[in-house]
Every structure is written in C-alpha cells, then in structure tokens.
Design a protein around this ligand. Sequence first.
Ligand code: OAD
Length: 227
Amino acid sequence: MIRLADFERPLFFTGAGLSVESGIPTYRGAGGVWEEYDYESYACQRAFDADPEKVWDFHDLRRAKVAEAEPNEGHRIIAETQARCPGTRIVTQNIDGLHQRAGATDVVELHGSLWRLRHKRETIENFEVPLGARRHADGGYWRPAIVWFEDALDPLVLQAAANALQECDLLVSIGTSGVVYPAAELPRIAVRRAIPCVEINPEETPVSRWYTHALRGPASEMLRSLI
Ligand code: OAD
C-alpha cells in the first residue's frame, strides 16, 4: 500500500488526464484536441509561419477554455503534498497552469505554457483572454511559448526534469498516454532506480508495464486513495 506521507521526495509526473476533471479535454482519443484540430494546421512552427492569425485564434480558444476552468481535487492534493513535504517535485506536460493555480510552485513545465509568449530572445507572461496584442512592438508576432510538434524541448527544462526523476523516492505518473517523446521516456529514470512507481490512469498505456503499481480510475479519486 502506497501512502504519500511515507515518502520524503515524491514526484508527480502529470499529463492531460489530470485536468479532465476541470473540464479540459485530453489530446488523444474521442473528444481529444487533436481529433478536432489537426496539429499540422494549428500546433507547429510551420503552421504559425504560414498563418499566425489562425494559430493564434486556436490558442485564444484554448486560453479561454482553461481560463474558465478551475483546478480540481487532484491538482489540490498535489499542491497540498508539496506544501507539507518540501521535497515534492512536479513535472508536467500540461500547458494549462492549473498546478500553479492550485498553489503549487517550482513546476517543471516540459511543454511550456499557454500563459507565456516569446519573440526572438524575449519571453513574457501574459494572462489576457483573448490576447490583446498578437504582435511585439517590433512588428513581429509573439508566439505561444509552447513546445509544438517538431519543436525541441528546452534542454535546461529537460535536465531539470531528469534531475528530479533521479532524486525522487516515489514516482506518481498521472493521466498521460505515454506516447509523446522525449517526455514519455523520463519516468524510466525513476523506474530503473527500482523505487515504487505508481501509474494513475483509467486505461492501460504502452508504458504501464514499467510501473510497480497501477491505479485504474480518475486522477482525483486515485490520488485521494494515496493520502
Ligand atoms: P493524452 O491526451 O495523450 O493522454 C491523456 C491520458 O489521460 C490518456 O492516457 C487517458 O487514458 C488519461 N485520462 C483520461 N481521463 C483521465 C482521468 N480522469 N484521470 C486520469 N487520467 C485520465 O495527453 P498527454 O499524455 O498529456 O503536447 O499528452 C502528451 C502531450 O501530447 C501533451 O503535452 C501535448 C500533446 O500533444 C503539447 O501540447 C506540446
């Protein structure tokens, strides 16, 4: 039986399934974002270069959807665990910022954030919905500071995640399909260290066999069972 309180350095590795109970759809599967929007037209640098207004329309819709959502019990349990246990680490593939809105800090955002923009070497936070000025003062477009398809992950962010997985004493993976690399490979760092590794997901995934424990159900209920 795994109890969060028995560990000093638990690591939560999260994906879109954690935000489902906040009303935010996952990416894959029925009703998923990539079912409705073909990523090649909305979520890659080529699409942005070809039609930045169309790509921004899509990201403004996503910002609106997330802005009206609230963190759910799963986000809160993770933030409360971190508040109680300072060794807690959070590594997320999510770009919605809901961990932070639940009170979590120091979140490693592997795929960037809907709430940051970048242009050339500048990166800024911006929470407007819809975004006010799509163009920088120099006339060029801001782009969402998100790791799109075909983008490389920031090596410093990837290293921070790898270090956290190297140091944790419990891995809890939540709501990720485990098919997007290199993110999907990161849990292996903890798995190889033979520490307890829990997968929370209503469904089996291609990486389920890595885990020592499987909790098949929605994120918040399964997280509650670890308290
Ligand atoms: P996916 O959409 O690929 O997978 C979501 C997972 O959540 C699936 O395995 C579901 O079974 C599971 N799930 C569904 N409901 C759940 C619930 N209530 N509780 C727990 N789990 C639930 O999302 P990710 O694995 O996060 O990248 O996708 C990885 C990356 O692919 C994303 O970060 C995104 C996407 O392209 C970018 O946007 C850069």
